[in-house]
Design a protein around this ligand. Structure first.
Ligand SMILES: Cc1cc2nc3c(=O)[nH]c(=O)nc-3n(C[C@H](O)[C@H](O)[C@H](O)COP(=O)(O)O)c2cc1C
Length: 395
């Protein structure tokens, strides 16, 4: 018997790559890479356990520059010596046709001197993030900006060599790509800042560099995605209208866009008069370009509603931590056994690395739905920012 769900249908990107279904595993750092960013066997096992079901799995984020490391246990793609480890992750993901996407970034001012082993974090301008304990970063020089653009290109070359099917530029959750777009973190007056147009110069240069490398080095269709946050909450800050202008500007350069939201149906938070879900307005603005929606999706019916709005892909984050075989269970009509809560006693069985277990039980305790706890409602992030979006709860 064929399943009734539209999300089990395949999708063909304009570059010819076909994805077997519309479920994407959202990028989630495991906090479990070696101290220098080398892949660990725990990570390979974690991805292998979740492979085979989703059409695409996007890895936790990997830093492209030494100065771009954002937290301990993060993947690194700063050097060719990381290629063999990354190749193990790509191979583990590519079971039964799942496509492997490497998420890449520079953390900018979201890092600190402890993570950077004594070095000061860098950003567009020397303005600290609006969060408790944030350090003031150093403003990047022109030469350093050009180096980082090149490092995004080198990271892409390594992703291709490691066997990935694509890279996703992490331009969301307040990291460096977003820091250049934001009038809060970017106060420059040179060609990288000033007007809105100039604040887009850095992401556009990164996209152009990465596209050039893909054209040069990829032998198979290789996709380029971009993740973005729809708005900021600081003043000055990115407003939803800026984001609509941004996505219209970049849409022809990409294979997909991926929004970052704690709840997929959230409406703009800075403009209460706009009651249209952010994801609906973005889809309208980008036309044919495929969009990945995300945020608090758990059940097949919830996912189906996202696709019914014309959004091509639905990403599941926490739900695929709790239920590695979500897609396989839907296909086998075994939905009643899908786990929506997770027991700490099952962490090892679910191949969740030890460092990630700790991370989930501390930073994400309220949102991971532990069977031992009273948990927050899955609709909690319809009206507020989720901890997964790069902000502290109280802004
Ligand atoms: C443990 C954990 C790690 C995360 N790491 C990343 C990351 O590396 N890159 C990223 O873009 N988002 C990251 N996120 C955010 C998720 O990709 C996703 O947007 C968020 O969890 C909302 O989706 P969900 O409600 O399905 O979990 C992380 C989220 C969690 C829970």
């Amino acid at each position: 018997m064929m399943s009734k769900y539209q999300f089990l249908e395949s999708y063909r990107f304009k570059n010819g790559m076909t994805v077997k279904n519309r479920i994407v595993m959202a990028p989630m750092t495991t906090m479990s890479s070696f101290h220098d960013g080398q892949v660990t066997n725990d990570e390979v096992a974690y991805y292998a356990a979740r492979a085979g079901g989703p059409g695409m799995i996007i890895t936790g984020v990997a830093n492209v520059s030494e100065s771009g490391k954002g937290f301990e246990g993060e993947l690194s793609v700063t050097d060719d010596r990381f290629i063999p480890g990354l190749a193990k992750v790509a191979a583990a993901i590519k079971q039964d046709g799942t496509k492997a996407i490497l998420q890449i970034f520079h953390a900018g001012r979201m890092s600190n001197s402890s993570i950077l082993r004594g070095k000061q974090a860098v950003s567009a301008s020397a303005i600290a993030a609006a969060r408790a304990g944030a350090e003031v970063p150093r403003e990047l020089t022109e030469t350093e900006i050009l180096t980082i653009i090149d490092e995004f290109g080198q990271a892409t070359r390594r992703a291709i060599a490691a066997g990935f099917d694509g890279v996703e530029l992490h331009g969301a959750n307040t990291y460096l790509l977003q820091q250049f777009v934001s009038p809060h973190s970017n106060r420059r007056t040179d060609r990288w800042g000033g007007s809105f147009e100039k604040r887009l110069a850095f992401p556009l240069a990164v996209i152009a560099k990465v596209k050039g490398i893909i054209a040069e080095a990829a032998k198979e269709p290789f996709v380029l995605g971009y993740r973005f946050s729809p708005e900021e909450f600081e003043t000055p800050g990115i407003r939803f209208s800026d984001t609509l202008a941004f996505v219209k500007k970049v849409k022809s350069e990409l294979d997909y866009l991926h929004i970052s939201l704690g709840h997929v149906w959230r409406t703009p938070m800075n403009d209460q008069s706009n009651q249209l879900p952010v994801v609906t307005s973005i889809k309208e603005a980008i036309g044919e370009l495929p969009l990945i929606g995300v945020g608090s999706l758990e059940t097949p019916e919830e996912v189906e509603k996202v696709l019914a709005q014309g959004v091509e892909f639905a990403a599941l984050g926490r739900e695929l931590i709790r239920e590695p075989k979500w897609v396989q269970k839907v296909i086998r009509h075994d939905q009643s056994s899908i786990r929506y809560k997770i027991s700490p006693s099952d962490f090892d069985e679910l191949t969740i690395p030890r460092a990630m277990q700790h991370y989930l039980q501390t930073s994400f305790r309220e949102v991971i739905h532990l069977s031992t706890d009273e948990t927050t409602e899955s609709n909690a992030y319809l009206k507020e920012v989720a901890p997964m979006e790069g902000y502290e709860k109280k802004l």
